[in-house]
Design a protein around this ligand. Structure first.
Ligand SMILES: CC(C)(COP(=O)(O)OP(=O)(O)OC[C@H]1O[C@@H](n2cnc3c(N)ncnc32)[C@H](O)[C@@H]1OP(=O)(O)O)[C@@H](O)C(=O)NCCC(=O)NCCS
Length: 221
């Protein structure tokens, strides 16, 4: 039987979400808009994104949404403040959050995944690793053994995280970045695309380059 999925919010990530949801046998019934769409010139709008779907979802304003039986939900936004939307969804509706793991991803049976987690195509979650609630692992990324991807954290395409690494709540490891083993990435920190992190990163800092150097944040204002 087809499973019904409701997405809350929109982002550039929608097409990957559709791809994964379809591969898992979901029908995407509605996209609930929690705020007006902000169009950027180099990206596709939501109407264009939904048009190739076999059965395009309805676009509904948050205040008009009424959940139906048997539905599951997922976040369509990847914003670093998506925790507020989760709180609102949990307060208003009794909708369970799906866990979207692309069929081509490898999740070790010795790893654990929280609720509302996304793991994209060709990604690996190694033994002993823990992916906490609402964390996101994009395409072709690797979370090393015994590492933790904290709640709302994001590991972007091609990112590689070594063993025993801790990535804090809401932190981001950008496209193609590497974090070597046993490092700690503080909450809300940003590892720039292509960086190689060889030292711990403090909360809220941005590091870039090879080796990674602090570019902004609490350390140097
Ligand atoms: C880290 C990032 C967010 C910084 O963006 P920003 O806040 O607009 O920063 P700026 O472009 O103003 O750059 C600030 C400094 O960091 C440097 N910098 C930024 N990104 C860098 C990178 N990937 N590698 C090396 N240096 C980088 C800039 O050259 C600049 O250095 P300077 O102060 O010495 O001149 C962005 O560059 C990035 O890497 N984003 C990740 C993208 C990603 O993973 N997307 C996922 C889509 S699926």
């Amino acid at each position: 039987m087809t499973k019904s999925l409701i997405l809350f919010g929109i982002s550039n990530f929608l097409s990957d979400l559709f791809d994964c949801a379809l591969a898992l046998g979901y029908s995407i019934d509605a996209i609930v808009m929690n705020q007006p769409e902000v169009r950027r010139p180099r990206t596709k709008g939501v109407e264009e994104r939904i048009s190739p779907l076999p059965s395009p979802p309805r676009l509904i304003d948050l205040d008009d949404f009424v959940p139906g039986p048997g539905q599951e939900c997922f976040l369509g936004t990847t914003s670093i403040r998506r925790d507020r939307l989760v709180k609102l969804i949990e307060e208003r509706y009794a909708l369970p959050f799906a866990r979207l793991v692309h069929p081509t991803a490898y999740i070790s049976p010795l790893a654990s995944l929280g609720k509302g987690v996304f793991v994209g195509a060709n990604s690996v979650v190694a033994p002993g690793a823990r992916v906490e609630d609402f964390a996101l692992i994009n395409r072709s990324a690797s979370l090393g053994h015994d590492s933790v991807l904290g709640p709302y954290a994001r590991l972007q395409p091609g990112g590689t995280v070594g063993g025993h690494v801790t990535i804090g709540r809401g932190a981001t490891v950008g496209i193609g970045a590497t974090v070597i083993e046993e490092k700690v990435i503080g909450p809300g920190a940003m590892v720039a695309a292509g960086a190689v992190v060889i030292e711990d990163v403090e909360e809220g800092c941005m590091v870039a380059g090879v080796p990674g150097k602090v570019k902004s944040g609490p350390m140097n204002g």
